[in-house]
Design a protein around this ligand. Structure first.
Ligand code: DX5
Ligand code: ZN
Length: 224
């Protein structure tokens, strides 16, 4: 989890779910080390995707690092199921509701031996993450409104926040990774990198093209 290493993270949401096993293999063969899994509950976001069972299915298909993005209310209620399913990192939204709290949920994720992250909606200021920055392995700065793939990159709303997070981290000797998610292509990834990102979630841009080896290498080259 070195925050200076750039990684392209294919987002399963953009894959062909009718052959999810083959799609996971396609991502691994294309050089992916991490896979991003978008869990949506239809309440925190206006879409429903998949739950812990899909994480379990993917876990059985690959050794890749599974980066689970919980766009759900009450992530603490469901947490054990995602831990058991084989997630490696679990990122929770600071804006969601919890039975306990964000801090308590982050603590439980780490206690289970996983990495943990905080995600910020484009409208949420970096300050909302401040209470947690000492206890996270990554900060996910959403570059689209959470809920759907294929949306345009929200540069002006999110890049100043990303740079502020990077500057705060570096000024305070912290080490969390900076992840961007949504609308990341070979033209927008370099902008995010310039503002501090090192983890780049790519759904449409990685799984979309027929030659994923090519799309992954183009994306990696755009942030090299
Ligand atoms: C959106 C998800 C993103 C999405 C990426 O709520 O968090 O991970 O799948 O979408 P693209 O890369 O297709 O813009
Ligand atoms: Zn995501």
């Amino acid at each position: 989890m070195d925050h200076k290493t750039n990684l392209i993270l294919p987002s399963l949401l953009a894959s062909d779910w009718s052959k999810v096993g083959a799609e996971v293999q396609r991502a691994a063969d294309a050089g992916a080390q991490w896979l991003h899994l978008d869990v949506m509950d239809g309440a925190f976001v206006d879409n429903i995707s998949f739950g812990p069972q899909m994480v379990q299915v993917v876990r059985k298909c690959t050794e890749m690092y599974l980066d689970v993005h919980l766009m759900v209310h009450r992530a603490d209620h469901y947490l054990e199921r995602f831990i058991k399913a084989g997630a490696n990192n679990i990122t929770i939204h600071v804006e969601a509701n919890y039975n306990t709290s964000v801090a308590e949920t982050l603590k439980r994720i780490r206690a289970a031996g996983l990495h943990c992250g905080i995600a910020l909606h484009p409208n949420t200021p970096f300050e909302a993450a401040l209470p947690f920055v000492n206890d996270i392995d990554l900060l996910l700065v959403m570059t689209v409104v959470p809920g759907f793939g294929g949306q345009p990159f929200m540069e002006k709303e999110t890049m100043p926040k990303l740079a502020a997070a990077r500057d705060y981290r570096d000024a305070h000797g912290l080490k969390f990774n900076l992840e961007v998610d949504g609308g990341i292509y070979t033209n927008t990834a370099p902008i995010a990198k310039k503002h501090g990102a090192n983890l780049f979630v790519c759904g449409t841009s990685s799984f979309g093209p027929p030659d994923m080896k090519q799309s992954m290498s183009d994306l990696a080259a755009s942030v090299a």
